[in-house]
Design a protein around this ligand. Structure first.
Ligand code: HEM
Length: 494
């Protein structure tokens, strides 16, 4: 008996020593990483923000991935708040780089709008995959020129009006298809397909064959490699993504070539043009048109940026609406009113009606606030002093949108889905930035809202939705998604 007790004590001591040893090694490694990065900075006038740089090479990625697996990237930030107290900024080490997280509205805005101090900070994989002529890789002057040129085809009033019937056609067909499915289906998968169809329809019109694009899930591979380690070897996401990019560029160039031999687009009425026509026609002040390479890289960027983000916002808007009958009723009433006011000769929606969807606009803002909660990447071009802290030159700056969107000081009970909150709040600059801010603000913001509104309009008027596993765990990849990819049944209201 005594012998057994002694053995237990010995095991306990060995366990404690082992644990103590691990903790010491862990602590030592963290100190080494901190010395490596912070030691290089020399004497700083202002301190670095609170936080830590994690372990050598991996930094804090493990804890970051854990928060993504939990479905809420804000958990990563909450860990920092628990460890270091509430602060406007934290230092950390993510995606292989020492980084500063910024999480106060006015500071987020400052970072996004100050081009002198902050440049692009996306991981290297993103630059290599978006192309040399893409919006990420060019100079500020070239960026401004391109943004001026692409603004009318993407977000211009006339273009948006042109896109409405194209979007309606895809939306109505998709919803009919969903309602005719005999079995429950993955709403996330189908929604992505539908928004992808919408985007290809808008960008390339009827020249493209949708099945042709999706055959090899080229876009899936392409997007998955955007934030990945730059290892161009078989089996690695970056390698797959580079291969996908090559194929996609070839496909887009073939669409462009096909367009060029079609009858001149200025012989067609404006309503027949799609975005590729408009991009091929735009001219700058010197009469210069976009080169083919530009058009291809831009279309690739639009498609990569546009379809998944719009799908996730629409999906969550539907889930929340069908969970909250009183809010669904309000959304439906607004859509009914729009239809009632319409002259009997009018077929389909027009831009004026879209603008009248005030309540739906609030539903969408609420969803953008709740579902787009990760980070916009920048890099400090010089040492910057902000809020009493130093952001060192060359460090990444992560504008943590989730922190400002979920801040109870701006949004009371931030985790509640409450479109009515938008009746009473007008968030201060930087407190609502789902589309970013400044020079790189999302050029597709109005287009995205248009697509989502049309989807919701037809859905709430004509269909019912039932989610089969509402308690399925949620993971965060490009946004929060249930692990069962959101199994649902959709029925037509007769
Ligand atoms: C709900 C949908 C969407 C969300 C939440 C969203 C969000 C964003 C954000 C936050 C940025 C800023 C990135 C930065 O500052 O570095 C951005 C940029 C961009 N977005 Fe969107 N976006 C959406 C839909 C779209 C659509 C439909 C398009 C397609 C036309 C699009 C095209 C782009 C492009 C090309 C950029 C890069 C702009 C630049 O570098 O100048 N986005 N988007």
């Amino acid at each position: 008996m005594e012998m057994e007790l002694e053995l237990d004590v010995l095991w306990a001591i060995a366990g404690a020593l082992l644990l103590g040893g691990w903790v010491s090694v862990f602590w030592f490694m963290k100190r080494v990483n901190e010395w490596y990065y912070v030691g290089k900075l020399g004497e700083l006038e202002y301190p670095l923000p609170p936080g830590d740089l994690g372990l050598p090479f991996v930094g804090n990625m493990l804890s970051f991935f854990t928060s993504l697996r939990s479905g809420d990237p804000n958990l990563f930030l909450q860990t920092l708040v628990i460890r270091y107290g509430k602060s406007s900024m934290y230092k950390t080490h993510l995606f292989g780089c020492p980084s500063i997280i910024v999480c106060r509205p006015e500071l987020c805005r400052r970072v996004l709008t100050n081009d002198e101090h902050f440049g692009n900070g996306y991981p290297k994989s993103a630059y290599l995959l978006t192309g040399e002529k893409s919006l990420h890789s060019i100079t500020i002057a070239e960026h401004s020129r391109l943004r001026r040129l692409i603004a009318p085809p993407i977000n211009g009033h006339e273009s948006l009006a042109t896109y409405i019937p194209l979007i309606e056609e895809v939306v109505m067909n998709s919803l009919d298809e969903w309602a005719s499915m005999k079995r429950p289906f993955e709403l996330y998968t189908e929604m992505k397909k539908a928004t992808f169809k919408v985007m290809t329809r808008i960008f390339m019109g009827t020249v493209n064959d949708y099945t042709f694009w999706t055959k090899q899930d080229l876009f899936g591979d392409y997007i998955d490699g955007m934030v990945s380690l730059v290892i161009d070897l078989p089996g690695f996401p970056f390698h797959k993504a580079i291969k996908a990019r090559k194929e996609l560029v070839k496909l887009l160039q073939s669409v462009l070539n096909e367009k060029k031999v079609m009858p001149k687009s200025n012989d067609q009425p404006k309503a027949k043009k799609d975005m590729i026509d408009l991009l091929m026609e735009v001219e700058d002040e010197d009469g210069q048109k976009l080169e083919d390479e530009h058009v291809v890289d831009l279309l690739l960027a639009f498609m990569a940026a546009g379809f998944d983000s719009s799908a996730i916002t629409t999906l969550w808007a539907l889930l929340h609406l069908y969970e909250r009958p009183e809010i669904l009723k309000k959304a439906k009433e607004e859509q009914d009113e729009i239809i009632k006011r319409r002259p009997s000769t009018q077929k389909g929606l027009n831009l004026k009606e879209i603008k009248e969807m005030d309540f739906l606009a609030k539903v969408i803002d609420e969803m953008l606030r709740m579902t787009h909660g990760l980070s916009i990447f920048r890099e400090a071009k010089v040492d910057v002093t902000m809020h009493g802290y130093t952001i060192p030159k060359g460090w990444k700056v992560l504008v943590w949108t989730g922190a400002v969107h979920m801040d109870p000081e701006t949004y009371e009970n931030p985790t509640d889905f409450n479109p009515l909150r938008w009746d009473n709040i007008n968030p201060k600059a930087g407190a609502f930035i789902p589309f970013g801010a400044g020079r790189k603000i999302c050029p597709g913001n109005s287009l995205a809202k248009l697509v989502i509104k049309i989807f919701l309009h037809y859905f709430v008027l004509n269909y019912k939705l039932k989610q089969l596993n509402p308690d399925a765990p949620i993971r965060y990849t490009h946004g929060p998604v249930h692990t069962d990819k959101c199994l649902v049944e959709v029925k037509k209201i007769i």
